[in-house]
Design a protein around this ligand. Structure first.
Ligand SMILES: [Zn+2]
Length: 113
């Protein structure tokens, strides 16, 4: 687990380094409010409730089914963010976890700190 790469499918898709996502996308804690990712993940759930009330269970269940992959992606992203921020604080490479990496000492794995 120590050398587990903290990246996620969304990090690769958006080309964001773990720990460097903007606050509006993934807030550091709940005091900073909702991030765009939280809102996107909750949207299918809200749509399911709205559709379910208006059009019955069929469309409602379809929207609810969309919620699970969205919540999974969002959780993977936020988890990778926490990993990346922790590694930067400890002076470790955010990608491979090697110690003693900073702005002046790039890591051998090729990732900038
Ligand atoms: Zn590295």
């Amino acid at each position: 687990m120590a050398n587990k790469s903290p990246t996620s499918p969304l990090h690769r898709l958006l080309k964001i380094q773990p720990g460097l996502a903007p606050k509006w996308l993934s807030p550091r804690n709940s005091c900073e409010g909702f991030g765009l990712l939280d809102v996107l993940a909750a949207t299918p759930l809200l749509a399911a409730i709205a559709l379910g009330r208006r059009h019955g269970w069929g469309p409602g269940l379809l929207a609810a089914a969309l919620y699970l992959p969205m919540a999974w992606l969002s959780e993977r992203f936020n988890s990778a963010e926490r990993w990346g921020r922790a590694r930067r604080r400890r002076g470790e490479c955010p990608s491979c976890g090697r110690a003693g990496i900073g702005a002046e000492t790039p890591c051998e794995c090729g990732q900038a700190a």
